[in-house]
Design a protein around this ligand. Structure first.
Ligand code: TEU
Ligand code: CA
Length: 549
């Protein structure tokens, strides 16, 4: 089955990224080529056949630029060089080239809201107020010990840090080693555009923009995301860089509403290709509290959120479809069941998502149904998790309460090494992995799944292939069915010549289905049980995808 040469639907002259499926790689956890325990670019190159077989069109690579790794690369000290832990610039060029041979484009992760404090710009900026780089960052006068205001950083502590040399505070929304860049400064913006254009020349396929909704901060008014100048900056950025080539650009925007998403992803291409928003992800936390404050999963709300985004963006914007990334717990451990129904529920979640309108993202290991972990505290590595643990201990939370939150939400759940086979370290590395391998690798691994037609991997492969062959996945209009049903998520997607019907049971028990048996012209194209015939009842986590035309 050739998934590549036929992927451009003849009647669809839309942008390539509307038909694409993007695979996210967290490089340090994907494949280690030299036994130092850390994944690297040569490791990725060695897995391109696997990715081509899965059928993906592009790789979103989490940051590989030079970095002190305070936040695993989201603290960049040189935007135009590769961190030696991942390889060299030559390796990066090789990856772009080799991926191209597999019809896979490389999407770089641009961290433009902040740099590392070890970046040359910041090293200069903190020397004196007169230094030409001083204004590349966000400074406020003050006295030591008297903070400009009470704003907090995402990874704990104040958002302000005192620098005695200049007798000023700098602003950081993330760790103290991630000073915020000052987008109000046109020289900084120009410098960023030059850097991006340099990467475009190297042949990258696009960019993912880290916390892009936070670049237009106004700390004096305590504004972090969606600042007044945000879309002005984005339009300039797009004009000066992205619009020069046929790229995909995706903006991470935690605070996007559908109205804002239409600005980001306006079909006139004035800003970005698509938005990557989290409304469906944030449902299992207590409203107004932190993600660690766990709330039950609200299924009816999930349906409402997906349906609203599908309906309101249709024809007016473009969304990303995802369950997972490197910041989120594993979806099968969250909305699925990672024990007795792991296979069924992982496939159900894939079928539900991949029938929707938008560009699907598969996060490494999701296609295998990789799960969350429960480690001892000393085995966690993520700065957010480590800080949270200390902070909550000091606030008097019990250890078991804290661990319950960490098991459910720690970013390290997503960052355990990729499980390639049942050999040493799951085939990830010959050395000691930087983060422990999930002990379930003996059962859950790529080698066991690629050749198995019934595996989760094969289900993803099939869904990816179907999207390329059938325009209805891209342009079909969404309609929610059974809106009041408390167990089932069902919808159709319809265009002039095709119709898709998706029905999913989100629970671990058999439930009745009020839908009519689909007519004979509706072919069952994907399901997660054998003998899927009558629709009257759906078994635990049962999912069906039917296609007509
Ligand atoms: O994440 C943005 C972000 O807001 C997260 O820090 C989020 O608050 C947290 O992960 C939820 O627990 C992006 C990157 O995806 C993340 O890995 C970086 O740490 C962060 O930006 C800073 O660059
Ligand atoms: Ca390595």
């Amino acid at each position: 089955m050739d998934t590549k040469t036929t992927d451009i639907h003849p009647t669809d002259n839309e942008k390539w990224w509307k038909r694409a499926v993007i695979y996210q790689i967290y490089p340090r956890s994907f494949a280690d080529s030299n036994g130092d325990g850390i994944g690297d670019l040569q490791g990725i190159i060695s897995k391109l056949d696997y990715l081509e077989d899965l059928g993906i069109d592009a790789i979103w690579l989490s940051p590989v630029c030079k970095s002190p790794q305070d936040d695993n690369g989201y603290d960049i000290s040189d935007y135009q060089d590769i961190d030696p832990m991942f390889g060299s610039l030559a390796d990066m060029e090789k990856l772009i080239q080799e991926a191209g041979k597999h019809q896979i484009r490389i999407i770089l992760d641009l961290v433009l809201n902040h740099s590392s404090d070890e970046h040359f710009w910041f090293q200069e900026a903190k020397k004196s107020k007169e230094n030409p780089y001083h204004n590349y960052y966000v400074w406020r006068d003050g006295k030591e010990g008297e903070l400009p205001n009470g704003m907090r950083a995402a990874f704990g502590g104040s958002a302000w840090e005192w620098v005695p040399e200049v007798q000023q505070y700098y602003f950081h929304q993330f760790s103290v080693k991630q000073p915020d860049l000052n987008w109000e400064n046109p020289e900084l913006r120009k410098e960023i555009y030059d850097m991006i254009n340099w990467w475009i020349e190297k042949g990258v396929g696009g960019f993912r923009l880290d916390v892009i909704d936070q670049i237009a901060k106004e700390p004096d008014r305590e504004i972090t995301n969606n600042g007044p100048r945000l879309h002005e900056y984005l339009r300039e950025l797009s004009r000066e860089t992205f619009q020069k080539a046929d790229l995909v650009t995706v903006g991470e925007a935690w605070g996007a509403t559908t109205a804002l998403a239409k600005l980001y992803s306006n079909p006139d291409n004035s800003e970005l290709s698509m938005v990557f928003q989290f409304e469906h992800i944030c449902l299992d936390q207590i409203a107004g509290k932190e993600k660690w404050d766990l709330a039950p999963l609200p299924f009816m709300k999930l349906k409402e959120v997906f349906a609203r985004w599908q309906t309101q963006l249709c024809g007016e914007g473009w969304n990303s479809l995802f369950w997972n990334n490197h910041d989120l717990p594993r979806i099968v451990s969250r909305w699925g069941n990672d024990r007795e129904y792991r296979v069924e529920s992982a496939k159900m979640l894939a079928i539900l998502l991949h029938g929707l309108q938008g560009t699907p993202y598969v996060y490494q290991g999701e296609e295998l149904g990789m799960t969350n972990v429960q480690y001892d505290m000393e085995d966690y590595r993520d700065i957010e998790t480590l800080n949270l643990y200390q902070e909550r201990l000091e606030k008097g939370y019990t250890k078991s309460d804290i661990m319950r939150s960490i098991y459910a939400k720690s970013r390290d759940n997503a960052r355990t090494p990729m499980q390639w086979n049942d050999g040493r370290n799951a085939g990830f590395s010959d050395g000691e992995p930087w983060l422990k391998v999930n002990p379930n690798y003996t059962e859950i691994n790529a080698a066991a799944q690629t050749a198995d037609e019934d595996s989760i991997y094969s289900c993803y492969k099939k869904l990816i292939h179907l999207r390329k062959q059938n325009a209805v996945f891209t342009d079909g209009v969404f309609e929610l069915l059974l809106a009041e049903d408390e167990n089932l998520f069902a919808y159709t997607r319809t265009n002039a010549s095709q119709q898709l019907l998706v029905v999913c049971n989100f629970y671990g028990r058999t439930v009745p289905c009020a839908l009519q048996q689909p007519e004979a012209s509706m072919r069952l194209v994907v399901s997660n049980y054998k003998d899927a015939d009558q629709l009257a009842n759906l078994r635990p986590y049962e999912a069906r995808m039917y296609l007509k035309g």
